[in-house]
Design a protein around this ligand. Sequence first.
Ligand SMILES: Cc1ncc(C[n+]2csc(CCOP(=O)(O)OP(=O)(O)O)c2C)c(N)n1
Length: 576
Amino acid sequence: MVRSLEQEGVEVIFGIPGGAILPAYDPILDSPIRHILCRHEQGAAHAADGYAQATGEPGVCMATSGPGVTNLVTGLASAYMDSIPMVAISGQVPTWAVGGDAFQECDATGITMPVTKHNFLVMDAQEIPKTIAEAFHIARTGRPGPVLVDIPKDVLQAEMAWWYPEEVDLPGYRPVTKGNPKQIREAAKLILSARQPILYTGGGIIRAGAADELRRLVELTGIPTVTTLMGRGGIPDDHELCLGMPGMHGNYTAVTAMQKADLLVSLGVRFDDRVTGKLATFAPDAKIIHADIDPAEIGKNRAVDVPIVGDARSVIHELNEILEAMIEERGLPDYSAWVKTVQGWQKKYPYKYSQTADGPLKPEYVIEQIGKITKGDGVYVAGVGQHQMWASQYLRFKRPNTWLNSGGLGTMGYAVPAAMGAKVGRPDEQVWAIDGDGCFQMTCQELATMTTENIPVKIAIINNAFLGMVRQWQELFYDNRFSAVEFGYDVPDYVKLAEAYGAIGLRCETPEEVESTIRKAAEIDDRTVVMDFRVDPTEKCYPMVPAGASNDEIILGPEFEKDHADILHDTPEAII
Ligand SMILES: Cc1ncc(C[n+]2csc(CCOP(=O)(O)OP(=O)(O)O)c2C)c(N)n1
């Protein structure tokens, strides 16, 4: 099994041993593969996810049977929702004990079936290499995803004659990567007949390595482009046609431009409810081009005018070729009035917050300063909650694969281990985790792994003493009735906790300390640094489209209160 992993080019395994997986741990001692001993299997799974996102190669995690594999489940589910290539290996009780409620037995393939792209139970040692080869092939190709390989202990112990398949042939699994040329031509025609088009781009751009092709498409057509939470960095934020994030906490321009568009060129996206708001009122006048590697995504949430099944890089490449020829022949439509309107909104309705010199520290200010001081050159990882949304809003991404978060599952506890995995994958880059105090406490035991394995990352805890996002909903939608959301600033003492784990702890409570705290952390490259930023717990994340509401009902927040009525109806004739 270990030799099979070597054959697949695996360099790192994140895991925790136990009885059923013991036979696989012994040969690791003689293998060039580095094993990173985590403190919790959920941490191992998120670390494999972070590694995969940072490198583009499948991340590998390993656990024992029973609780080992159930602890992996959250990490698998998160990776599945975000299409992350991963291979998880789990030990199983011996074949003769399977089904008898043996010690540490669980139905690993049954439990993980809905949260993996595929899974295997290997019943014969001779099948191990073939199964591992297939697992990596499935994880990497088509729509990437996690694959679990469950191996009973006696199968791991058995002798077999070494062999490794030269290639994988899976009848029934032939992902379509090249888009249908006729459909791509139809898409090009629609683009050239639109007046108010928007490129709606998502995680598929990042996974497919399609950022260069996307940039060419944007520049060829001059169409404004939104980048979803999973697609941030697909086109640089400083590009004049990049509108940034749409959706529940997206900016006014990205949300409204989609609402008013007459065409959405949807590339590697899945019309997620956090983007569409109330589906029935989403982009009501838009025709839809939808290109995705997974045919199951097309038409799932929104009827499509031009469906294209294929890999985003290949599809956009072909689209660019066809568009270039068509534009040469008949020219490009004049989108300038549309672009001007959209850019006008950008100026009028940016993300906004107020930081006063002597007022409470604002979370947006901390995050914005991290972005400024690191100049967008780091790899940034977030947990889930307000801080995640603020990070996506206020960090300015320059490159793909530099923004990692659990977008689909929304897993608290993702950031610390995923940042660790990302740092292992990209040791020469600074990795910054922006985490909530609630999220941090779910997986902070991986600080021990970072210290013992010498994996130095920077962790900025946006400590608002609350489960902030839940608090925000209770304030806005439950009449300020705060139920079970207060943690307090002081327990645990994050500075002492960091020190106990062999990391460096820094505390920052005022706006004037922010810059020096971040700079100090940036300079320390041989130890993990935990920054405890104590921020205003009452700060809310805006804009916001309330859950279930139409995107037309976007709330801009207190910074815009005066012109709020105007904003909701700011629909100039030209763009209706
Ligand atoms: C594992 C898990 N449990 C519960 C939730 C629900 N939830 C979403 S955001 C949130 C609050 C997160 O609090 P914190 O980490 O402090 O971040 P903040 O919102 O304050 O920035 C909770 C409880 C979740 N997403 N994941």
